[in-house]
Design a protein around this ligand. Structure first.
Ligand code: FAD
Length: 447
């Protein structure tokens, strides 16, 4: 049996990964009087919320849309005085660029009431941080679950956006859990107040990464470009070996998908077994100049989201700045197909792909399959929290959306790392207080 070590005094914690989850955990730890050292493999913080600049405009390669369910993110934005703006409207089009009417029948045909009753009965905690609480009730493959409960209109209303956003096709064997969590986070299933005075979805002015840079600036020790070579855990603490020297700590938080670290972790059989069950979606962002396309909106391509048979084709694109032809395009599949298929898709839409500025392949949405959820994979992951001086945050336990990872990471830190008495009122660290190798500013992806 692995040991659980939780003490009342200040603790030192090594946090591996400086995406939203890792930075959120580190912020909570420091505010509670603990000491965090964040270790990031890339040369900049922000993880899947990375932004880049082209011709003076900021573009988000990954996470950036916030809905009125993003209360924790909104709170963080307010605390750090980060400016937000309304996002572009959404439009659904076919492969030739013609407008397609998005069916919102689900909200009108009585299905919403049936859904709410089912939620109350079978998965009442779905909107709370984390996934484990609802995993068994929603383990069935999504198409099967929707049919069983007479909720097919839910797929018509939310399926296009879900697939366009990288969460997979509804004719795949993906568990209903992830589709339902996504639908909840759109904010359309229950009335919710406006956030930050935005009547609809919003994002960060100047790119979402600027929020995470602000979080990192207030932390005491964030080290970028660090390669973790091994993690040793023993009853007295944790030693994380890196190419820049070892980091000793009381505990370690893995803010990266655990299977990515198995090679360097002194993993237990349980960690190896769970790690081997994790799946991700191959999803790509292409930032490119393309002329002659429908403009000034976030476009979902209905023909390419309806079935996994069209994998590889562009599922959506965002035209964010009306005065520029640069767009962010999204697609699934093999990296070698992405540009060629995108060129075809842009031509079919009546446009021309001029220049590709940046391409990024993601191991998106860490998740478990239906059988593993039925067998309690997420409960097993939850049971590991704190064992062997190790904690797990990120999309796997929380769901791959910023608000979900932030809320889960905050709650985990608050539950397992209580505030140290004399620091209850101490403000977080200030810029310049760093003792570690801080991630440099002025990186290639910043203005
Ligand atoms: C294309 C795309 C679009 C998205 N759109 C939205 C959206 O509109 N709204 C929304 O809410 N969410 C969106 N998301 C999801 C959101 O970006 C993620 O849920 C969020 O970034 C997860 O944060 P995280 O910290 O858990 O993981 P990540 O952001 O993946 O961060 C993990 C960090 O760990 C680092 N790392 C990995 N391995 C190691 C290692 N061995 N050593 C040290 N560091 C390591 C990585 O470099 C990375 O910085 C999108 C994601 C993508 C890819």
């Amino acid at each position: 049996m692995q040991e659980l070590h939780e003490t009342a005094g200040p603790r030192t914690v090594a946090v591996v990964g400086a995406g939203p989850s890792g930075l959120t955990v580190a912020r909570e730890l420091e505010r509670a009087g603990h000491r965090a050292t964040v270790l990031e493999a890339q040369d900049a913080v922000a993880g899947k919320c990375r932004s880049v600049h082209v011709d003076g405009h900021a573009y988000d390669l990954g996470g950036h849309i916030c809905t009125n369910r993003y209360e924790r993110t909104a709170h963080l934005l307010t605390e750090l005085d980060v400016e937000t703006e309304r996002t572009s409207r959404y439009r659904v089009i076919d492969a030739t660029g013609r407008a397609v009417r998005q069916s919102m029948a689900f909200l009108r045909d009585g299905a919403l009431q049936r859904y709410r009753a089912l939620r109350e009965r079978e998965f009442p905690r779905i909107a709370e941080p984390g996934l484990a609480h609802s995993a068994r009730a929603l383990a069935a493959p999504v198409a099967e679950w929707l049919a069983e409960h007479g909720l097919r209109s839910m797929a018509e209303s939310f399926g296009t956006g879900y697939t366009a956003a990288g969460y997979g096709h509804l004719d795949d064997d993906l568990p209903a859990l992830y589709f339902v969590k996504y639908a909840e986070m759109t904010g359309l299933l229950d009335p919710a107040p406006e956030l930050l005075s935005h009547p609809g979805d919003f994002t960060v002015v100047g790119g979402f990464a600027s929020l995470w840079r602000r979080v990192a600036e207030e932390l005491k020790d964030v080290r970028c470009g660090v390669r973790v070579t091994s993690v040793e855990r023993h009853p007295g603490g944790v030693r994380v070996h890196t190419d820049a020297g070892p980091v000793e700590a009381d505990d370690v938080v893995l803010a990266v998908t655990p299977d990515r670290l198995l090679r360097v972790l002194d993993a237990t059989d349980e960690e190896r077994d769970l790690g081997a069950r994790i799946r991700t979606n191959a999803y790509h962002t292409t930032l490119a100049t393309a002329s002659g396309l429908p403009e000034d909106a976030f476009y979902f391509l209905a023909g390419h989201t309806a079935s996994r048979a069209t994998t590889g084709h562009c599922v959506s694109y965002h035209h964010r700045y009306p005065d520029s032809d640069v767009r962010t395009f999204y697609s699934y599949g093999r990296p070698e197909d992405v540009t060629a298929l995108l060129r075809e898709d842009v031509t079919a839409l009546g446009g021309r792909l001029e220049a590709v500025h940046r391409q990024r392949a993601w191991a998106f949405m860490p998740h478990f399959g239906s059988d593993d959820l039925k067998d309690g994979a997420l409960d097993r992951l939850d049971a590991l929290q704190g064992r062997n001086r190790t904690y797990y945050v990120g999309g796997l336990p929380a769901f791959e959306l910023v608000e979900c990872t932030v809320a889960h990471a905050q709650d985990l830190a608050r539950r397992h790392f209580p505030p140290v008495q004399d620091t209850l009122t101490r403000p977080p660290g200030r810029p310049g207080s760093s003792r570690g190798r801080v991630c440099p500013r002025g990186l290639s992806d910043t203005p």
